[in-house]
Design a binder for this molecule. Structure first.
Ligand code: ADP
Length: 191
């Protein structure tokens, strides 16, 4: 199973990615989590990524692509994976296509969580209080939403054209959203 979880900042990608990955017994690979781990460990990658993250901008493609390639090459990702937060640009889509093609497999589905923008702001403000993420301030959140609309939203059409897009209503209780995702994924053929 090779899956992508997409959605605007605050859509609940990370939360749902964990449940879905557990269900299919595949690793959830979150680029945001990997960047944050590197930032807190003070690695070179972390120092570079932090500048962009704190501004609400995307980390340059070369940096992100290399990081994902290394992660996908690890043995636990051999039988499948769920990507959370990648790809986010058209160049990353191409790069990922190459990585998957190289393994002789294919992408099974792209799940997009749809949420209402007011709900998102509410969730992110709450998350800022709980987790203290430095990129959850109102200005940075607004910038992240802008960048998502500009650079990531176009990916939805790309995957729709390929016939692997699954749109799921991300509103309501976490459990209900999870059930909707499972129901939708149960219907797809697995590679
Ligand atoms: P969000 O809630 O905004 O979706 P993430 O935890 O997925 O948050 O990502 C946090 C930040 O990490 C992004 O704003 C960006 O700076 C960086 N990042 C994560 N994934 C990518 C990616 N695929 N390409 C470029 N930058 C990324």
């Amino acid at each position: 199973m090779r899956l992508i979880m997409m959605g605007p900042p605050g859509a609940g990608k990370g939360t749902q990615a964990k449940f879905v990955a557990e269900h299919f017994k595949i690793p959830a690979i979150s680029t945001g989590d990997i960047f944050r781990a590197n930032v807190s460990e003070g690695t070179e990658l972390g120092i570079e990524a932090k500048r962009y993250m704190d501004a609400g901008d995307y980390v340059p493609d070369e940096v992100t692509n290399k990081m994902v390639r290394n992660r996908i090459d690890e043995p636990d990702a051999e039988s499948g994976f769920l990507l959370d937060g990648y790809p986010r640009t058209l160049a990353q889509v191409e790069e990922l296509d190459g990585m998957i093609e190289f393994t002789g497999h294919q992408l099974d589905a792209v799940v997009v969580l749809t949420v209402d923008p007011d709900e998102i702001v509410k969730r992110l403000v709450q998350r800022a209080e709980v987790e203290g993420r430095t990129d959850d301030t109102e200005d940075v959140v607004r910038r992240r939403q802008e960048v998502y609309a500009e650079q990531t939203e176009p990916l939805i059409e790309v995957y729709r054209k390929r016939g692997i897009l699954i749109e799921v209503d991300g509103m309501g209780e976490v459990d209900d959203v999870t059930r909707r995702i499972f129901d939708a994924l149960d219907d797809i053929p697995q590679s």
